[in-house]
Structures are given as structure tokens and as C-alpha cells.
Design a protein around this ligand. Structure first.
Ligand code: 13P
Length: 345
């Protein structure tokens, strides 16, 4: 794509000390987040909240890109500046979620397939014109009784590869997100196996679909114990097993791996990423973050829909981003959680 170098964009997104803010909650998901703080999910509240995040001063020190939702990429700040421009002025790359959600997979009870391939080529052209530099597609894999099935894994891998090659054709860097959910009582070993099987199938499909691995990013889950598993793996084990799993199946041509937080607490998501980056071993990819909940919990809970709280909410967001920025270097410590939040937002 003329004027666009996808490899440089992919590298810029995983620049040292930086990661992604996932702010691409669909209508049902943002409603769930707003319900938790007693705020109505209407267009003006969603706009006000996203404006709060995007206008936080100094955020580009730790945030390289923001994933937007279809509604958000078309919205403007109070002064009429499109959000895309607000981000660009901050030095942050705008991206866009292009899947249309995970639906029940026919013939596979309890499993899901992500929809959104129909008409995708035209939607990608429009998003590029609106200023997007990268795209995201999330597939959901569930661990349970005799699942995930190979059928579900392969069907999702195929869709991810179709999405990725269409994105590259449109001049957009695809973020390929196969999420093995942490819901359930499975062990970390079961998560390891499901994650390895999923990523193996995903890279097989990406190869068959002629996706250029240098021009994409992978957004996987970390290898964790299921939320309800009585035996919870500690930070060191999660870091070791996650990097061991990725090492087996993720080609070195992929410039970066940007983890989702997936329901981990803010502190745990930061500590796990930090531990991976503090490991001695050498690996070919940058290990970074693309967090939704683990970056937004503090600002959301501070804001609570009240304009008087905006500045404090921005400080909370800036601080969380800063801690994850430190985790990119393996330099985060729990003490940093308690440091006074700078009056800068
Ligand atoms: P979480 O970090 O909240 O899992 O969200 C990341 C994301 O983009 C899910 O698609």
C-alpha cells in the first residue's frame, strides 16, 4: 500500500516501553462496564468516556496505539476534532476492531466462531480512509469437557487468517487475537496445551493464506490456571510457561506479541508481563500489552460518569499505563502501585 510500511507500523506499535490500549468494547460489552459504575450506555456517555482516555496528557510515553470500535472511530471530541486526529496529535496510532463478535459454532455445543468476514474488504477500505493503521479480530476458545475441539480451533484459525490477509491487502497491520478463555477450573497445563494447539493451527492457516508474518502482531492469552482452579500458578510459573508455549509455536518473524488481560486483575496483568520481560532467556519477539480491562478499571471506577472526576480518572489511567510501560522493561515493582499519582493529566 503506497505510503504505508506495514512492517514499520507493526514495529512502532511494539516500540520499547509501550503497548496498546484496547478501547474497542462492543455495545453489549461497554454496557456491562458502564452498568458496573451505574452509568447509562448512551452515545454521549460513551463519547465522554473515550474522550477522557484519549485526551490524557503524556499518554504516548506508554501507549503506542489504541483499538477503537466502529462507533468510536467516527466520533469527535468536544471541540469538533475527530478522535482519530486527537490520537494522532498525541503520537498514538489509531486501530480498529473489525470482527462482528463470537457466535455459537454450528455443530459444536459450547463453542464459538467469530463472524464478520462478509463485506470485510469494503469495510477495511473505509476504515483506512478514516485513518486506521491497524485492525483487530478476536477468536474465542473455551476449555471445558472435551473442548476445545479441533474443529472449533481450525474454523477460528481459518477466519483469523482470512481477516489478516485482507487487512494486509488494505494496507493495515492485522492484530490476530485467538483468546483461550481463563474461565473454568482447568490447570495451567491444560491452558498450555489448548494455547499451543490453537496457535499451531493459527500459524498454519496464516501461512496457507500467505499472511506476511513481519507485518502482523499476535494478541494471545497468557498461559494461566483457570479462574476456578484450586491450584493457582504463581507469577514466575505463568511467565515461564507462557514464554515456553509461545517459543514452540510462534515464528520469530512476528515482531511482537501483545497480550490481552482477559479478566486478570490490573496488578496481576502487569506483574505477569513484567516477569516475562525480566526472564533471562532471549526470544525473537517484543512482549507487550494490549489491555482493555487491566488499563481501564482504574479510570472507569474513578470517573463514574461524573465530569468532576475526569482529571483524577486521567491520572489513574496515566499511572496504570506507566506501570505497564515499566513492565515492558521488566522494571515494574509492587511498590510502584503505591507511588503518588502525578498531577499532570
Ligand atoms: P482485555 O484486556 O480486557 O481482555 O481486552 C482486550 C481485548 O481487546 C479483548 O478483545
Amino acid at each position: 500500500m503506497a505510503g504505508r510500511d506495514l512492517e514499520s507500523t507493526a514495529k512502532a506499535i511494539v516500540a520499547k516501553g509501550k503497548g496498546i490500549l484496547a478501547a474497542d468494547e462492543s455495545f453489549p460489552t461497554i454496557k456491562k462496564r458502564f452498568d458496573a459504575i451505574n452509568v447509562e450506555s448512551c452515545e454521549s456517555n460513551r463519547r465522554a468516556y473515550r474522550q477522557l482516555l484519549f485526551t490524557t496528557r503524556g499518554i504516548s510515553e506508554f501507549i503506542s496505539g489504541v483499538i477503537l470500535f466502529d462507533e468510536t472511530i467516527r466520533q469527535k471530541a468536544d471541540d469538533g476534532t475527530p478522535f482519530v486526529q486527537v490520537l494522532q496529535r498525541q503520537g498514538v496510532l489509531p486501530g480498529i476492531k473489525v470482527d462482528q463478535g463470537a457466535k455459537p459454532l454450528a455443530g459444536a455445543a459450547g463453542e464459538k466462531i467469530t463472524e464478520g468476514l462478509d463485506g470485510l474488504r469494503d469495510r477495511l477500505t473505509e476504515y483506512r480512509e478514516l485513518g486506521a493503521h491497524f485492525t483487530k479480530w478476536r477468536a474465542v476458545i473455551t476449555i471445558g469437557d472435551r473442548i476445545p475441539s479441533q474443529y472449533c480451533i481450525d474454523a477460528n484459525a481459518e477466519a483469523l487468517a482470512r481477516f489478516a490477509v485482507l487487512s494486509q491487502e488494505a494496507g493495515l497491520v492485522p492484530i490476530v487475537e485467538p483468546e483461550v478463555l481463563m474461565d473454568g477450573d482447568h490447570t495451567i497445563q491444560q491452558c498450555f496445551e489448548a494455547t499451543a494447539a490453537t496457535l499451531h493451527s493459527v500459524f498454519n492457516s496464516l501461512f496457507e493464506h500467505r499472511v506476511m508474518l513481519e507485518r502482523m502482531l499476535l494478541k494471545p492469552n497468557m498461559v494461566l490456571s483457570g479462574k476456578a482452579c484450586p491450584q493457582q500458578a504463581n507469577v514466575e510459573e505463568v511467565a515461564r510457561e507462557t514464554v515456553r508455549c509461545l517459543g514452540r509455536v510462534v515464528p520469530g518473524a512476528v515482531p511482537g506479541i501483545v497480550f490481552l488481560s482477559g479478566g486478570q486483575s490490573n496488578e496481576t496483568a502487569t506483574a505477569n508481563l513484567n516477569a516475562m520481560n525480566a526472564l533471562d532467556e532471549v526470544h525473537p519477539w517484543q512482549l507487550s500489552f494490549s489491555y482493555g480491562r487491566a488499563l481501564q478499571d482504574p479510570p472507569l471506577k474513578t470517573w463514574r460518569g461524573n465530569a468532576a472526576n475526569i482529571q483524577r480518572a486521567q491520572q489513574a489511567f496515566h499511572h496504570r499505563a506507566k506501570l505497564n510501560g515499566a513492565a515492558r522493561y521488566g522494571k515494574y515493582s509492587v511498590e510502584m502501585e503505591r507511588e503518588p499519582v502525578a498531577e499532570r493529566a
